[in-house]
Design a protein around this ligand. Sequence first.
Ligand SMILES: [Zn+2]
Length: 361
Amino acid sequence: MSKFFSNKLFRYLSIFLFLNSFIPQVRSSSALAAWVLNTNGILELRTKSNTNLKAYFQKANQEYGDRFWIDFPGELINPRTIKGNGPIKEIRLGKPNEGKTRLVIEFNEETYLTPLTWKLVGLDQNRWRIKLFNPKYSFKKIGEGKVNQRIGNIEKNPEATYSKKNDYGFLELPNVERNKFTVVIDPGHGGTDPGAIGIGGIRETDVVLEISKIVKKLLVEKGVEVILTRKGEVNLDLPPRVSFANKTDADIFVSIHANASRGKRRDINGLETFYFKGWRGRLLAKRIQKHILRVSPGSPDRGVKQGGFFVIKNTKMPAVLVEIGFLTGRLDARRLEKAAHRKRIAYAIAKGILEYLSKAG
Ligand SMILES: [Zn+2]
């Protein structure tokens, strides 16, 4: 690994590439709305929603020191240079070519950097963060604009909620009439079928079983009867799952899965929820999708879609199949391997179900 990266060819290193929704290819104003480099070495950005960012690092050469830069769509009106301090030599905002904006951070010679560990993380549809240097360096904050400002109809950033202990907005679940509803939860796969295998060997069967059990517990606390199609690592083929569900007279059927992309592409992330037909299935899918997205900031919304999956096509009650993220995606896998995130997803699914039951149940 170190040998690989010490090769000169790899000095020019593309750190991260986010492929979000489409970007209109018209010439427009810069997608960079605000930025701040904090004393702790963390660069925070606010952009237009669903912006495609590319970040790069280049080792010092005769002309420049070590440089980190991010390219944004949209053209900057007034290119400028801001004098740095501490580990930062200067920060430049420029237009590398027509229709683009580039934010360049040039470091002083003696600054120790570890660009191979850098990650540009999407916090929300319009907020980003990357840690560039160690807080041991004394540095006076530099920035332009307000990075925390909300835009349009974007709800509060859930990431901010997590950091405040005792303020877990996503934990608030609506009440429904007790002892009235029955819900079938189907943790995808199981037994000899592990489902998707993701980065680091993370297995779909384990992730969705754990989440399904938490969803069950949350719904039971609200007085909803919950039937799991499997409780452990058992084989239950698809037809038995469906006939089992159909025998229960349940109000709804929710199958929980995690995705894998063809070719295990790490740049593919996102959440989606499928229904087979009918407004009830669609409403249930919409509610669940809304809440799982809220606890997965930065991960793309792949939408609520019609799908003909066996388990939702053949169940007689309104049925949905939710894909809680890509185990092969860098952003999603990193989250789904954390118990705290799996719990958030479980709350989100439970919230969507309870909202549906209180409206349409
Ligand atoms: Zn699956």
